[in-house]
Design a protein around this ligand. Structure first.
Ligand SMILES: C[S@@+](CC[C@H](N)C(=O)[O-])C[C@H]1O[C@@H](n2cnc3c(N)ncnc32)[C@H](O)[C@@H]1O
Length: 374
């Protein structure tokens, strides 16, 4: 089967590496994701194990389609009884670029009509649309009059691991945090700290990664409601993941934040993720925080203005981070920054940079190597 996994821009090589490790074939990095080939069990494993992906889609067809009639006919040519029945719901999402059909809503409607008409023709009845939580979420990509139609295996975005207790004001997306951890080359056995951990995404995702816990074990997926769902295959993949999960780490994973509410959320999140015993959170200002172990790696995303408070307060935060890092001799620090001006207040020179998207904001992941004192 042909698949496409989507990720945040800038993280495509990380996703490709994750897919390689799962045994995916014919990998092709594209903008915002990776196309690959494999069997049904790889599709399930992708949802269960991929940390950097936000979606995994199975290709239904790829065909030239110039205009709405050609699109309608292409969709009607598919035998939809393989993918849907009258008890199951569907939804179609479309994106359109440089094509005769210019409106994505119209393209999605055309696909939906072709499917529904096939059912009506064959059975006299039609499946319903459910835009909130469809059993079969479909995605159409129409680009230069070539149509790619996919079914989305996950449904809800894969960054939703099922551990975040409530949606917080400016959290770091779980998939973005995991992607940065993977991008950094962290060895998964050296002490890690985040001095501005907010809701704790870096420490929690780091603990899940180091403990070899599958990020998808605590949620359900759309494919579990598909007519061709293989429950035996799925339960064996889950059982294998449960067996692999380690219950201890031989090193510290820690976080701190100056806001009591954030620390509270981080602790709740860690409990919900099942790593409450593997991570430690303190209430502290970064300029004073002393983790229990000097960290070998620091991952953090200080406030940079687009989302939290502005101005002086931000400058103080970056100075406090600089202060913290100077107290971590020998550490490598990976800082996600969306504001080059503020970054200067760290008073450090980056040894490496990656351009990545954090939601809609273009950011840099900056690596700093803190010198060891003799
Ligand atoms: C962009 S948020 C981090 C989001 C976080 N990565 C998450 O997963 O939710 C920045 C955090 O830095 C914290 N912060 C700002 N200045 C601080 C300081 N001087 N010491 C400790 N925490 C600070 C804020 O309270 C906020 O939670």
């Amino acid at each position: 089967m042909s698949y496409f996994a989507a990720c945040g821009r800038g993280f495509e090589p990380v996703l490709a590496e994750e897919l390689r490790a799962l045994g995916a074939r014919d990998l092709e990095e594209r903008r915002g994701g990776v196309a690959f080939a494999g069997d049904k069990s790889l599709g399930y494993a992708s949802c269960l194990w991929l940390r950097s992906a936000i979606r995994v889609q199975e290709q239904i067809f790829r065909r030239p389609c110039q205009g709405p009639d050609a699109l309608y006919d292409a969709v009607r040519d598919v035998d939809w009884s393989r993918f849907l029945d009258l008890r199951r719901t569907l939804a179609v999402d479309a994106s359109v670029r440089d094509s005769e059909v210019t409106h994505s809503g119209y393209a999605a409607l055309t696909v939906k009509d072709a499917i529904v008409d096939q059912f009506r023709h064959r059975t006299g009845d039609r499946p319903s649309v459910d835009t909130e939580s469809p059993d079969v979420p479909l995605k159409l990509v129409l680009k230069r009059d070539e149509a790619l139609l996919y079914r989305d295996l996950a449904g809800e975005s894969l960054h939703k691991r099922g551990w975040r207790p409530i949606q917080v004001k400016s959290p770091l997306n779980e998939a973005t945090a995991a992607s940065i951890l993977l991008l950094s080359g962290w060895d998964r056995r050296s002490p890690l700290a985040d001095p501005m951990c907010g809701s704790g995404t870096f420490p929690i995702e780091a603990a899940l990664l180091a403990a070899d816990r599958a990020p998808g074990l605590r949620r359900s997926f759309a494919f579990e409601r598909w007519p061709d769902f293989d429950p035996a295959l799925w339960s064996s993949a889950r059982a294998d993941a449960q067996r692999r999960a380690r219950t201890r780490l031989g090193f510290a994973v820690e976080g701190a934040d100056r806001h009591p509410g954030a620390v509270n959320l981080a602790k709740k999140g860690a409990e919900a993720a099942g790593v409450g015993n593997l991570v430690k959170f303190d209430l502290a200002d970064a300029k004073d925080w002393i983790p229990s172990t000097t960290p070998a790696v620091v991952f953090t995303n200080p406030p940079y203005g687009e989302r939290l408070g502005e101005g002086e307060d931000l400058v103080d935060s970056w100075k406090a981070l600089g202060n913290f890092l100077h107290r971590c001799p020998g550490a490598a620090a990976f800082v996600l920054s969306g504001n080059a001006e503020l970054t200067k207040y760290l008073g450090l020179r980056a040894s490496r940079k990656w351009v990545v998207m954090n939601g809609q904001i273009e950011c840099r992941v900056l690596k700093y190597e803190m010198f060891k004192r003799d």
